[in-house]
Design a protein. Structure first.
Lengths: 110, 114
C-alpha cells in the first residue's frame, strides 16, 4: 500500500484563490517532500520539510507537517494558471528511498 | 550545470522485444532512482542505487526487469520480453545522497508496447 496518500485527488479553483492539498502517511519519517509535475513528465522539487519542522514557506507555497497525525498540507496562495499541474507528496523510508503518493491534479481556471 | 537526462524520450516496441532505457544523472550525485508512472497514476518505485552499496531492487515488478549502474554514474534499465502492461513513462532521478535530499528528475522515457 502507498506510504503517502494525497487528498483530494482532483481540485479545480479560480485564479487568485488559494489551493490546499493534503497528504497522509503511515510510518515514521525523516522528511516529507512535495513535487510538481506538468504534462506527465519529469517532476520538479518544490519543498522539503524535516520531521522536526512544523511549517515551511517558499514564495507562495506554505507546507505544514503534523507528525502526531502523520499528515502534511501544501497551500498555494494567490493561484495562477501556471500552477495547473499534479502535486505529489513523498516520504522517505528509513532515509533510503522516497515513496510517492498518487497525487492531486490541480486545475486553475482563468 | 546539466540536469538529469534520459534516452530515448519515446520508445515504441513490439510485444516480446527487449528494450534498454538510459539515464545520465547529475554529476556528483551518488543516489539514482528509477520509477514507473502509468497514465494518470502516481510514481511506482522500481530500483535505487546508492554509491557502491547493493541496489535496492524491491520495486522491480518481475524478473524481466533489471538495472545496472556503471561506474557510479550512467544507469540502464532493461526490460526483457516486453508486455503491453509495461507501457508507461519511466522516470529516472538522482540526488546528492539518499532520500533525505531532494531528487532531480529527468524528462522520462515514454514506452509503448504494441
Amino acid at each position: 500500500s502507498q506510504q503517502g496518500e494525497e487528498d483530494p485527488q482532483a481540485l479545480s479553483i479560480q485564479e487568485g484563490e488559494n489551493a490546499t492539498m493534503n497528504c497522509s502517511y503511515k510510518t515514521s519519517i525523516n522528511n516529507l517532500q512535495w513535487y510538481r509535475q506538468n504534462s506527465g513528465r519529469g517532476l520538479v522539487h518544490l519543498i522539503l520539510i524535516r520531521s522536526n519542522e512544523r511549517e515551511k514557506h517558499s514564495g507562495r507555497l506554505r507546507v505544514t507537517l503534523d507528525t502526531s497525525k502523520k499528515s502534511s498540507s501544501l497551500l498555494i496562495t494567490a493561484s495562477r494558471a501556471a500552477d495547473t499541474a499534479s502535486y505529489f507528496c513523498a516520504t522517505d523510508i528509513r532515509a533510503q528511498k522516497l515513496v510517492f503518493g498518487q497525487g492531486t491534479r490541480l486545475t486553475i481556471n482563468p | 550545470g546539466a540536469g538529469v537526462s534520459q534516452s530515448p524520450s519515446n520508445k515504441v516496441t513490439e510485444k516480446g522485444k527487449d528494450v534498454e532505457l538510459r539515464c545520465d544523472p547529475i554529476s556528483g550525485h551518488t543516489a539514482l532512482y528509477w520509477y514507473r508512472q502509468s497514465l494518470g497514476q502516481g510514481l511506482e518505485f522500481l530500483i535505487y542505487f546508492q554509491g557502491n552499496s547493493a541496489p535496492d531492487k524491491s520495486g522491480l515488478p518481475s524478473d524481466r526487469f533489471s538495472a545496472e549502474r556503471t561506474g557510479g554514474s550512467v544507469s540502464t534499465l532493461t526490460i526483457q520480453r516486453t508486455q503491453q502492461e509495461d507501457s508507461a513513462v519511466y522516470l529516472c532521478a538522482s540526488s546528492l545522497k539518499g532520500a533525505t535530499y531532494e531528487q532531480y528528475f529527468g524528462p522520462g522515457t515514454r514506452l509503448t508496447v504494441t
